[in-house]
Design a protein around this ligand. Structure first.
Ligand SMILES: C[S@@+](CC[C@H](N)C(=O)[O-])C[C@H]1O[C@@H](n2cnc3c(N)ncnc32)[C@H](O)[C@@H]1O
Length: 340
């Protein structure tokens, strides 16, 4: 292994990731296409200073994301990226680059938390966290929520079609429930969430159908007795006391109720995650966000990497007699469908 090359590649990728995140925030990426454009026009179209735009383009060109047409001094997206995006924007990799740089802005708090064995409260990640997480997950739900995730177990869809009382914990800005509310008018949907701003946002986006409700509430405090289906997408590992919440759900959900949890498709043992192309990303996200938010309340610090074996064990211990772990069209995620 050439160590110098390894570290240079590493630094270059990290630098390019930051530049990409800046390009997403400033909409530079959105204003690029397969049609060549000058940096002056790109600067004008994005209301940015020309000098910055030229330097950003330099990084993008040398990083292989943008193609430079020397004869015309114009820039366009690289061919491979144009065909990868297929006219759609943004890619999940772009938005994840924004999340990574956002997490990096909390590095001082993280280092101090690591030294003291404390955490970082959710509020400190701010509204920017919720805006990026929505950008990451919304396109995924738009594509897979009812075709790839929930339809993996036909009873879920049948129950929603015929009219059920459905709760989502950690609903964020309401991406999932807005969609489900429209698709299943006979069901009632309630989303609970710690973030006041996200609930305000979710309520603003609410359609007139009237079967979707959002409120600020803590998943540890919710009364689960009135619900037939409880959903938790990318949320349980962030909780202060996941076991208490899982037990509460299993003990109080209505008869023949279903608990549905979306988590990351990793193993609980590190050695089995080596070589998985997503492992580094999720260990780092977990380090920079999932563990500190859970630790901030003296929590369990499960982390996004708690993995299949631990998850199965915990769900069974929490009182679910049937736990099905289902693959999804996204190899990064698996779905747990649990019954009492
Ligand atoms: C990683 S985000 C996922 C958001 C959303 N489920 C999605 O997929 O877009 C986890 C969410 O859980 C919320 N959350 C964390 N702890 C919570 C708690 N104790 N009660 C309710 N919501 C909580 C966070 O505010 C955040 O919105």
């Amino acid at each position: 292994m050439d160590a110098d090359k390894f570290f240079l590649d590493l630094l270059s990728s990290a630098a390019l990731t930051h530049a990409l995140a800046i390009g997403c925030r400033t909409k530079l990426i959105d204003h690029l296409s397969d049609q060549p454009i000058s940096y002056e026009t790109l600067a004008e179209n994005t209301c940015l200073h020309e000098r910055y735009v030229k330097e950003w383009l330099g990084a993008m060109v040398c990083g292989g994301i943008v193609h430079y047409k020397k004869e015309q001094s114009r820039y366009c997206l690289s061919d491979w990226l144009t065909s990868y995006l297929g006219g759609k924007k943004p890619s999940i990799f772009f938005t994840q680059s924004m999340m990574l740089t956002h997490y990096a802005s909390l590095e001082d708090s993280l280092v101090s938390a690591m030294r003291q064995g404390t955490g970082i409260p959710y509020e400190k990640y701010g509204e920017k966290f919720y805006s990026i997480i929505t950008e990451i997950w919304k396109p995924i739900y738009d594509t897979h929520l009812t075709s790839g995730f929930l339809d993996k177990d036909k009873e879920i869809i049948n129950k929603m079609k015929s009219g059920s009382n459905v709760l989502e914990i950690g609903c964020g800005r309401g991406n999932t429930l807005h969609q489900l509310g429209e698709k299943f008018p006979l069901s009632q949907f309630t989303g609970v969430e710690l973030s006041v701003e996200s609930i305000r946002y979710a309520n603003k986006r609410k359609k007139t159908s009237g079967n979707v409700h959002f409120r600020v509430d803590d998943a540890h405090e919710v009364d689960y007795t009135e619900f037939d289906i409880v959903i938790a997408f990318d949320t349980v590992h962030d909780l202060r006391n996941p076991m208490a919440v899982l037990q509460k759900i299993s003990r109080s959900i209505r008869d023949s109720g279903i608990f549905i949890m979306l988590e990351f498709n990793l193993y609980s043992y590190l050695e089995n995650n080596i070589g998985n192309p997503y492992s580094v990303l999720y260990y780092v996200f977990s380090l920079m966000h999932c563990i500190p938010v859970s630790f901030s309340n003296n929590g369990a610090g499960l982390g996004a990497t708690w993995g299949r074996e631990e998850t199965n064990k915990m769900l069974t211990k929490a009182g679910f007699s049937s736990v099905k772990m289902l693959d999804t069209p996204r190899i990064q995620n698996c779905l747990y469908v649990c019954r009492v």
